[in-house]
Design a protein around this ligand. Structure first.
Ligand SMILES: Cc1cc2nc3c(=O)[nH]c(=O)nc-3n(C[C@H](O)[C@H](O)[C@H](O)COP(=O)(O)OP(=O)(O)OC[C@H]3O[C@@H](n4cnc5c(N)ncnc54)[C@H](O)[C@@H]3O)c2cc1C
Length: 375
C-alpha cells in the first residue's frame, strides 16, 4: 500500500534506503535511544553507504534534478519511519547548519565549513531559540553581538538546541547592537567563552541530544558573519520554511510506519473468535488513519519549491497527522501498543515534537492567517 505510483528509478532508490534503514538504523536505534551511542557516527556511516542523497551537478537535466529532489524527500521519510530522533540530529547538521551555509555563506565560509559538516565529521547546530524567546524568537531575542574592530563579541544564551551538547559548528542568530538587526554568525566550539550544557531528558526524540549554549564574551571573527552580514530576515524565513517542510516529511514517515504496523496487527490479533480487523469500529479507525495519511502524502510529494504559506500549511497539517496516526495505532494495538518495546509507542512520543519544533501549531496558524488575509 503506497498510494503513490513509483517509477523504476524511484523504486530502486526507495528500496535501497528502506533496506538500509530497516537493517542498519533499526539495529542502531536502541543504543541511540538509551544514550549509550550518539547519533553522529551513524551519520558518517549513512553518508558513506548511501551517498547522503543524490547530488545535483551543474547542467543536469530536469529529470535528474527532479529525481534528486524526490530522493532527498524519500530519504527523510525512510529515516523517520525507523528513527525520527536520528533524523532530527542529521537534519539539523545537514539541513539547517550546512544548508544555510550552502545557501547564504561566502565562498570562503563554504570551503571552510561544508566539507566537515557534509561528511558527518563535524556536528552542526542551528541556534535561534532562547530561554525567553521561543515563539517570539526575533522580537524577544536577547543574544547580542557587539562590533569590536575585526571581531564581534557575543553575549547571551540559547536553549533547546539540537546537537548542542556535542556541537562543533554553531550557526547563531544574534541581535547586532549597532542597528538592532538580527544576524547569523558561524561560531566554532573551540572559541573561548562558549560553553554547552548537559543533554536534556526529554519525552521523545531521545536519539537526538538537545541542550543549551552559553556565550560569555565570545570573540567571533567578523569574517564569520554568515554571507558577510545579511540584515534582512529573508534568509531566516527561507531557512524556517525549509525546516518546516523537513518536519512535515518526518511526520509523513511516522504516520506511514504507524499505519502499517496497526493495519498488520489488526489482521493478526484475534478477539472474540475474529481478527479485530473484522470489527467495523476498528475499520473506522483504520480508514480515518488512511485518509489522513494519504492527504499528508499529497502535501509532502507536491511540495517542491514552496511558499512560506504552503510550508506552514504542510507543517501544521502533517505534524498533526503524525501524532493522530501514531496515537490511533497505539489504540488499535490495545495494551500491547502501550508497551515501551513497541515501535508505535516510541514513534508516538517522537511525533509530538513535530507539533512544537520549527514553530508550534499556534505559530503556523498565525502565519497562515497573516498570509491568507494579505491576499
Ligand atoms: C527536542 C527539541 C529540539 C529543538 N531544536 C531546536 C534547535 O535545534 N534550534 C532552535 O533554535 N530551537 C529548537 N527547539 C526549540 C523550539 O523551536 C521551541 O521550543 C518552539 O519554537 C517553541 O518555543 P517555546 O518552547 O519557548 O514555547 P513558547 O513560545 O513559550 O510557547 C508556549 C505555548 O504558547 C503558545 N504561544 C506562544 N506565542 C503565542 C501566540 N502569539 N499566540 C498563541 N499562542 C502562542 C505556543 O504555541 C505554545 O503552545 C527545539 C525544541 C525541542 C523540544
Amino acid at each position: 500500500m503506497d498510494g503513490m505510483e513509483l517509477n523504476d528509478s524511484q523504486l530502486l532508490i526507495r528500496d535501497q534506503y528502506r533496506k538500509f534503514m530497516t537493517t542498519e538504523l533499526e539495529a542502531a536505534t536502541p543504543a541511540m535511544e538509551s544514550g549509550a551511542e550518539l547519533p553522529f557516527p551513524f551519520i558518517k556511516k549513512m553518508h558513506a553507504e548511501l551517498g547522503a542523497a543524490l547530488g545535483v551537478e551543474e547542467g543536469d537535466d530536469e529529470e535528474t534534478r527532479s529525481l534528486a529532489s524526490w530522493a532527498r524527500t524519500q530519504l527523510v521519510i525512510e529515516i523517520a519511519r525507523v528513527n525520527p530522533g536520528f533524523g532530527l540530529s542529521w537534519g539539523v547538521t545537514i539541513g539547517l547548519c550546512a544548508g544555510n551555509i550552502m545557501r547564504s555563506g561566502t565562498p570562503d565560509q563554504k570551503a571552510r565549513y561544508l566539507p566537515g559538516l557534509l561528511s558527518g565529521d563535524k556536528v552542526g547546530c542551528w541556534c535561534l531559540t532562547e530561554p525567553g524567546a521561543g515563539s517570539d524568537a526575533f522580537g524577544s531575542m536577547r543574544t547580542i553581538a557587539k562590533r569590536d574592530g575585526d571581531h564581534y563579541i557575543l553575549n547571551g544564551s540559547k536553549t533547546f538546541i539540537t546537537n548542542a551538547p556535542y556541537g562543533d559548528i554553531f550557526l547563531v542568530y544574534a541581535r547586532n547592537q549597532e542597528d538592532e538587526s538580527i544576524q547569523a554568525f558561524i561560531v566554532e566550539r573551540e572559541l573561548e567563552g562558549l560553553s554547552v550544557g548537559k543533554p536534556f531528558k526529554k519525552m521523545g526524540m531521545k536519539s537526538s541530544p538537545t541542550g543549551e549554549v552559553f556565550f560569555d564574551d565570545v570573540r567571533v571573527p567578523a569574517e564569520n558573519l554568515l554571507g558577510a552580514g545579511m540584515r534582512d530576515r529573508d534568509h531566516v524565513r527561507k531557512s524556517l520554511a525549509g525546516e518546516r517542510i523537513g518536519i512535515a516529511v518526518m511526520g509523513l514517515g511516522i504516520a506511514e510506519r504507524c499505519f502499517e504496523i496497526a493495519r498488520d496487527y489488526a489482521k493478526e490479533r484475534v478477539q472474540g473468535g475474529h481478527a479485530i480487523s473484522n470489527y467495523q469500529l476498528i475499520q473506522n479507525r483504520l480508514a480515518r488513519m488512511y485518509v489522513a495519511l494519504s492527504n499528508a502524502r499529497r502535501f509532502v510529494y507536491e511540495q517542491g519549491d514552496v511558499s512560506i504559506l504552503d510550508a506552514c500549511a504542510g507543517k501544521l497539517y502533517v505534524a498533526e497527522v503524525g501524532t493522530f496516526v501514531a496515537q490511533e495505532a497505539i489504540h488499535i494495538m490495545g495494551g500491547y501498543g502501550y508497551l515501551e518495546e513497541q515501535t508505535v509507542e516510541r514513534l508516538a512520543r517522537d511525533a509530538k515534537l513535530l507539533e512544537l519544533g520549527g514553530g508550534t501549531t499556534e505559530i503556523q496558524i498565525l502565519t497562515i492567517a497573516r498570509h491568507i488575509l494579505e491576499q
